[in-house]
Design a binder for this molecule. Structure first.
Ligand SMILES: *[C@@H]1O[C@H](CO)[C@@H](O)[C@H](O)[C@H]1NC(C)=O
Ligand SMILES: *[C@@H]1O[C@H](CO)[C@@H](O)[C@H](O)[C@H]1NC(C)=O
Ligand SMILES: *[C@@H]1O[C@H](CO)[C@@H](O)[C@H](O)[C@H]1NC(C)=O
Ligand SMILES: *[C@@H]1O[C@H](CO)[C@@H](O)[C@H](O)[C@H]1NC(C)=O
Ligand SMILES: *[C@@H]1O[C@H](CO)[C@@H](O)[C@H](O)[C@H]1NC(C)=O
Ligand SMILES: *[C@@H]1O[C@H](CO)[C@@H](O)[C@H](O)[C@H]1NC(C)=O
Ligand SMILES: *[C@@H]1O[C@H](CO)[C@@H](O)[C@H](O)[C@H]1NC(C)=O
Length: 401
């Protein structure tokens, strides 16, 4: 395997803390970031609506918008899994005034795909602004497939338009990588305005990262690393690949007296090792972002090794039972649509009506056309994160024979 492991020696910096820390980020920012983290973990649940019911509830909505008549949570659609692991869901969350697109991770992605790169400048018509922009090929392919089966996010556009809420993108692990590719395409087209990824490996070369950073300044775009998550230290592509977006390191397990039980550090410089993760860290740290993997906050907070290890066990057996490399290089392009339908202003008066929900259900059905060959019989797919990364980190052991 080529360019498989380029581990950053993050150990030396494990204790480093920046002076900026706490007051560099607004409380509203932390609130929103945490919600994106919860949603990213809920993507591993087969029923995010039920998992998130106690977090995104009426009481929470009323705290932010006492007069809102909107439903606190509207599940718009699930999409995927596509052949290359494009999978996730979309929900309208009036409490955040956002329509959030959430990408689920893919267990064993680092073994499933060869870690080649593609010219995203060409694929996404970025023109002169991104002549030499490349990105992780498999993450790009997963995004393109998801874009196709959702008819270029037709429903998301509809909900953004009709609610006035803003388009936000998130994900965890491989899903966090796909989320960044999505953010490049949708941010460039003026559609998406917020992006948060969790526990993601590097996706972009410096030119592409620079463009992404220009689209999501400061708090509008964050890459988050929990405790000693080892996954962000892994560089699947070539060594010049870099982190994009503002780094946000969260430290804790949800039980301290700090806000939400986590202290945090902000990294405005991609070379700041405080937000690089830790190559020697526990994989359980990767599976715990404000809530254990598959959960969505209440009644679960922070880290829970029982949940993380159960997930790993299920996902890895499914992976070994069925995994085959299905990767095909990105060649398909979805014609860019006009961006005139995007709502440029946020409104607090989100209103997810029954009619809209029905429209969502109908259209969502069309988003299920491809399936992942690497599925187990329960439909609880092999998807997940780089749980197997442990093997890669420990000894560059390929998962697939
Ligand atoms: C892109 O790369 C080509 C070939 O490496 C180089 O000639 C060109 O100057 C680069 N363009 C930019 C804008 O960096
Ligand atoms: C957005 O809403 C306006 C009216 O509010 C409508 O004319 C337009 O077609 C809608 N666009 C989309 C993409 O739904
Ligand atoms: C959370 O962290 C505290 C402080 O390090 C520790 O005492 C506690 O056992 C941890 N709880 C869990 C569930 O890991
Ligand atoms: C956390 O808050 C509780 C209740 O105010 C207090 O009893 C406890 O000492 C605090 N713990 C720490 C570590 O500050
Ligand atoms: C961890 O998860 C297990 C399994 O769901 C649960 O029984 C246990 O109470 C959880 N522990 C904590 C500290 O939340
Ligand atoms: C990786 O995949 C790409 C696209 O299919 C292919 O062009 C390339 O040769 C592959 N590289 C290796 C080392 O297998
Ligand atoms: C994967 O699981 C889904 C959901 O259960 C199922 O519809 C699909 O047929 C499965 N795909 C394969 C290739 O087994």
């Amino acid at each position: 395997m080529f360019a498989r492991t380029s581990l950053v020696a993050a150990l030396a910096f494990a204790g480093a803390k920046l002076a900026l820390a706490q007051d560099d980020v607004s409380s509203s920012q932390f609130w929103h970031e945490r919600y994106h983290g919860l949603l990213s973990m809920a993507a591993y649940n087969s029923d995010p609506t039920t998992a998130c019911a106690q977090t995104f509830d009426q009481a929470a909505l009323e705290q932010s918008f006492p007069d809102s008549t909107a439903a606190p949570w509207t599940y718009v659609q699930g999409f995927g899994p596509t052949v290359s692991g494009g999978e996730g869901f979309v929900a309208v969350i009036p409490e955040m005034d956002k329509v959030v697109m959430v990408f689920k991770g893919l267990f064993g992605w680092e073994s499933t795909f060869n870690q080649s790169t593609v010219d995203v400048g060409e694929l996404f018509y970025l023109g002169d602004n991104c002549l030499n922009c490349t990105a992780h090929a498999a993450a790009t392919q997963a995004y393109i497939e998801a874009k196709e089966i959702t008819n270029d996010w037709e429903l998301v556009k509809y909900y953004v338009n009709t609610t006035g809420a803003q388009w936000s993108i998130t994900g965890h692990g491989f899903g966090g990588m796909v989320a960044q590719v999505a953010s490049l395409d949708l941010g460039w087209r003026g559609l998406a305005h917020w992006t948060h990824n969790h526990g993601a490996a590097r996706v972009f070369n410096p030119a592409a990262a620079t463009l992404l950073n220009s689209l999501y300044g400061g708090e509008a775009g964050q890459r988050v690393v929990a405790n000693d998550d080892p996954v962000p230290t892994y560089i699947p592509e070539s060594e010049d690949y870099t982190f994009a977006l503002q780094g946000f390191h969260i430290l804790g397990n949800g039980t301290s007296n700090a806000t939400y039980g986590y202290d945090f550090t902000v990294c405005n410089d991609p070379s700041d090792a405080a937000c690089h993760g830790n190559a020697e860290g526990r994989i359980e740290d990767h599976l715990s972002y404000y809530t254990p993997i598959g959960m969505c906050g209440k009644p679960y907070y922070g880290t829970n090794d029982t949940v993380a290890d159960a997930y790993l066990s299920t996902a890895s057996s499914a992976f070994y039972a069925t995994a085959t490399s299905t990767f095909v290089a990105p060649t398909t392009e979805v014609a860019p649509t006009t961006t005139s339908e995007v709502s440029s202003t946020a409104s607090a008066s989100a209103s997810g009506s029954a009619t809209e929900a029905a429209a969502a259900d109908n259209a969502a059905a069309s988003g299920q056309t491809t399936t992942n060959a690497a599925n187990d019989t329960n439909g609880a797919s092999v998807l997940g994160v780089a749980g197997s990364l442990v093997a890669v980190v420990a000894g560059a052991v390929a998962l697939l024979a």
